[in-house]
Design a protein around this ligand. Structure first.
Ligand SMILES: [Zn+2]
Ligand SMILES: [Zn+2]
Length: 260
């Protein structure tokens, strides 16, 4: 499968990237979007017809991961080629209620022509157009999940941590993937609060611990850091992650593509 970075700026749009969104296309032709953060529907249109997506999967309902649901709603309701059938939206809380807040719609607004909302929980699995999704618990400030995607045709597996600090559940989920897209919003030594985000070091520890478990992720596995906040040093995040993990480490950029 191919994973394309649509937006990767942490917690908000930044000077060179929109907030969080990643496009996953399987070898069987399925396409899903992981998160739809602020500003991401713009660059999304450079990579795919938004109307052709098979599903939208939200790691959680913080605005930097879901704000462009409001834009997608307008797109799907008013685009001349809009299909008139809903796209499934999976999220760990009520995304329809969040959309109503974002769009300032009335409480009786009917989103069913555009979206088919589903609430997911850790342990749930969903299959969409040849892509198998598995949700695991994230450690964040609101209900949040990490998302593993497996291409049933091509066989590759990716884990997107969403927003999460490092914990055992995340290590277990990463160990089952070939490719780990890990948030590293915080900076070691500067951001000391726990239970919100990883740092570069903790993202590196995630990869090294996953490789130690050895279920699927290995010493040669790929770790990509993402969700760095606009004021977080890319160089320090990379150096910190590399101090904890000897495999390949890079930082996500808009439009980067990974074959998994
Ligand atoms: Zn975030
Ligand atoms: Zn968040």
């Amino acid at each position: 499968m191919k994973l394309t970075v649509i937006g990767c700026s942490g917690s908000m749009s930044g000077p060179t990237s929109a907030a969080s969104s990643y496009l996953v296309r399987g070898q069987g032709g399925g396409s899903i979007l992981l998160d739809l953060g602020a500003g991401t529907i713009g660059n999304l249109q450079n990579h795919i017809d938004p109307l052709s997506l098979d599903a939208i999967v939200l790691s959680h309902l913080h605005a930097d991961h879901c704000a462009d649901l409001a834009a997608m709603h307008v797109y799907r309701r008013w685009h001349p080629a809009a299909p008139g059938t809903p796209i499934p939206v999976y999220a760990p809380a009520d995304a329809g209620a969040r959309l109503q807040q974002l769009a300032d719609d009335s409480a009786c607004e009917d989103y069913s022509p555009e979206f088919d909302f589903h609430v997911v929980a850790p342990g749930d699995t969903v299959s969409i157009a040849g892509l198998d999704l598995a949700f695991s618990a994230a450690w964040h400030t609101v209900p949040a999940v990490s998302i593993r995607v497996e291409d049933r045709v091509g066989g590759g597996r990716a884990l997107y941590t969403g927003d999460s600090d490092l914990n055992d559940e995340l290590v277990a989920a990463a160990s089952e993937a070939d490719f780990v897209l890990a948030e590293a919003a915080f900076e070691e030594g500067r951001d000391t609060v726990r239970g919100v985000h990883m740092t570069g070091i903790r993202a590196g520890q995630l990869a090294s611990r996953a490789a130690d478990v050895g279920a699927r992720f290995t010493e040669n596995g790929t770790l990509v850091l993402t969700h760095l906040q606009p004021w977080t040093s890319v160089e320090k995040a990379l150096a910190d992650a590399r101090s904890a993990f000897g495999g390949e480490v890079s930082v996500a950029r808009p439009d980067a593509e990974y074959e998994i």
